[in-house]
Design a protein around this ligand. Structure first.
Ligand SMILES: Nc1ncnc2c1ncn2[C@@H]1O[C@H](COP(=O)(O)OP(=O)(O)OP(=O)(O)O)[C@@H](O)[C@H]1O
Ligand SMILES: [Mg+2]
Length: 294
């Protein structure tokens, strides 16, 4: 149920993180049965939490089905509305949803003195990939036998973004979720960037992420190098897929580099990851190719 197992998250700004945390402790985490958006949605439980959002399972009275609702708490210099609007705009460019979560609509809500916006989207009731990893953390054999199929689905989700001209730029285990039919789907376009002429991106999210885009354990060298606007493209996603594959197949289920933010920066920029052991040569070769520095 929870997505907090492995602890991989985007590098949200401290302000937002503490807002989310204080939101949780001050009761912003809403109980089952709570009705929001003029009664349209009835919350059923918390599905997960990221650096920027809380995601609930909810019943949608209009669609007459369960959906997922993403809340971003409102803070003065980062209106939740803007952040989620950016996410929806980017999501609307995607056309193939076999391995991508479909975003529906944005709804303003007021609850117990808090203003928030919510993004409704397709529900993936099977939990995040990070929970699956936690389950098989000590079982490299299981990760190797089942993981190739899962990794293929991750690549298909990323390919759907790329074919629509969008780079995701925040690939980590919490951003892949299992759908009702067992498919692994890519979610969370909060850092994504449209690669067309306008170079449109979720700019407020970029500004908020201060230390760089995406989860540092999986972040491509060019995103470490250029903490300025409009960095990152499809090849940054390929690098992050390599980091995910490394984590998935490595003996200890560890990402290519670990340690402090500075250790991660240094590793991704200048070092070769420790060689993968106990892994078929073809897989090791593909992972190394994805992780090669540009
Ligand atoms: N459509 C969905 N169905 C089920 N669970 C979901 C869905 N979308 C998100 N979740 C869960 O909620 C968690 C947080 O959602 P999301 O990644 O959108 O938030 P975030 O704050 O933008 O995250 P990040 O830390 O990656 O920036 C996810 O890790 C996942 O466990
Ligand atoms: Mg996320």
């Amino acid at each position: 149920m929870s997505s907090m197992g492995t602890g991989y998250q985007s590098s949200g700004c401290g302000l937002f993180l503490s807002t989310t945390r204080s939101a949780r402790s001050s009761g912003f985490v809403l109980g089952p049965g709570t009705s929001v958006a003029d009664g349209r949605f009835t919350l059923e439980g918390l599905l997960g939490e990221g650096a920027f959002g809380l995601v609930y399972r909810a019943y949608d009275r209009c669609r007459r089905t369960d959906i997922a609702l993403k809340f971003v708490c409102k803070i003065p210099d980062a209106p939740a509305q803007t952040i989620l609007e950016n996410e929806l705009t980017i999501q609307s460019r995607i056309t193939d949803f076999a391995y991508v979560i479909r975003a529906f609509d944005l709804h303003p809500v007021d609850y117990a003195g808090h203003s928030a916006s919510v993004l409704s989207m397709e529900l993936a009731p099977g939990g995040p990939f990070s929970d699956w990893l936690d389950l098989y953390r000590r079982d490299q054999t299981a990760r190797l036998s089942q993981g190739l199929h899962l990794f293929e689905q991750m690549c298909l989700g990323v390919r759907a973004y790329h074919r629509s001209g969008v780079a995701h730029l925040d690939l980590h285990p919490g951003n892949f979720v299992f759908s009702a039919n067992g498919a692994l789907k890519l979610t969370d376009s909060g850092c994504a960037r449209y690669l067309g002429p306008s170079g449109y991106r979720a700019y407020s999210r970029w500004r908020l992420s201060g230390g760089g885009l995406g989860a540092p354990e999986f972040r491509a060298p060019e995103l470490w190098r250029a903490p300025a606007d409009c960095a990152g493209d499809k090849s940054s996603d390929v690098y992050s897929l390599g980091s995910l594959a490394y984590l998935l197949f490595s003996r200890d289920c560890r990402p290519p580099f670990v340690g402090t933010q500075e250790d991660l920066r240094h590793g991704h920029l200048y070092l070769e990851p420790p060689p993968l052991t106990g892994v078929p040569r073809d897989i090791a070769r593909v992972v190394a190719r994805c992780l090669s520095k540009l």
